[in-house]
Design a protein around this ligand. Structure first.
Ligand code: B1M
Length: 215
């Protein structure tokens, strides 16, 4: 097996130390940063997403793999910047106001990073004005909102309304998710995208971005 196959497997196995060693080795051997990203880290996370959807992986395994991926990405990031490698899109993510649950949101953020997105994490308990400010500052392609409570899921609609009021709604797509959210709720509040879990959040966001780039 080549170094990138080993790297891919170490991320799938969630072996942070080995991932770190292999990224360092690949950089030292002058493997292009973009190739390390695509064939090592992104390829691993898309396999992790597939395994999760197939019921072969559960949340803990996915979290551990995502952490290994993040370690590798942190080491690789300066080399990607130096090589002028761009992310496939930019996402602002947060858990809505009044809600402190952030484990699912963090996992969604990590899977999006693993799919090649730049992710700006606003944290938890994020009021609509903070999303609006972040959209003005960072110009993302996607605003991703997570909610875990039936009481706080209502705040998602406020975020969409605030983006409309600020004249920003046409510039960004909105993705919503979290345990109480359904496809029909997402449609009712005017969101563009819904995903039931972190793996599909990454794959659906990627599909949407490719559709947008085509049109
Ligand atoms: Co809370 N809590 N909690 N809690 N808590 C739930 C959500 C609850 C279902 C437990 C229960 O009663 N059975 C219940 C909600 C009931 C309801 O509204 N229907 C509940 C409650 C009531 C509360 C409090 C009100 C309790 C109290 O104080 N009386 C309180 C609220 C605090 C607040 O937010 N203001 C509270 C507090 C907490 C803790 C702080 C103790 C802790 C959170 C710690 C943290 O996140 N840092 C906590 C926890 C851990 C849970 C449970 C046990 C686990 C949540 C979790 O992390 N799951 C939860 C019960 C449960 O879910 N079994 C519960 C793992 C995580 C990976 O899954 O977040 O669902 P999840 O994310 C998934 C998908 O939903 C999806 O992808 C993820 C991974 O595949 N997803 C997205 C999530 N966001 C997405 C965004 C997307 C797309 C997909 O696109 C943008």
């Amino acid at each position: 097996m080549g170094i990138l196959d080993n790297l891919r497997q170490s991320v799938i196995d969630g072996d942070m130390n080995h991932t770190q060693e292999l990224v360092e080795k690949a950089i030292a051997e002058n493997v292009p940063a973009e190739q390390i990203l695509k064939e090592g880290l992104i390829s691993a996370m898309s396999e992790v997403g597939r395994m999760f959807e197939a019921g072969e992986f559960f949340v803990p395994e996915m979290l551990i793999a995502a952490r290994a991926m993040k370690t590798g990405l942190t080491l690789l990031r300066p080399h990607l910047i130096a090589a002028n490698v761009h992310a496939i899109g930019k996402v602002i993510i947060g858990t809505v106001e009044g809600d402190v649950h952030d484990i699912g949101k963090n996992l969604v953020g990590m899977m999006l990073e693993g799919a090649g997105f730049e992710v700006i994490d606003l944290g938890a308990d994020v009021p609509p004005e903070k999303y609006v400010r972040a959209v003005k500052e960072h110009h993302p392609d996607l605003v991703a909102c997570s909610a875990l409570l039936t009481t706080t899921m209502l705040r998602m609609k406020d975020i969409i309304l605030s983006l409309e009021e600020a004249g920003l709604r046409g510039q960004v797509k909105v993705m919503v998710g979290g345990a109480p959210i359904t496809e029909s709720y997402a449609r009712d509040i005017g969101a563009d995208l819904y995903a039931p879990d972190a793996a599909s959040a990454a794959s659906r966001a990627k599909e949407l971005i490719f559709e947008l780039r085509k049109s």
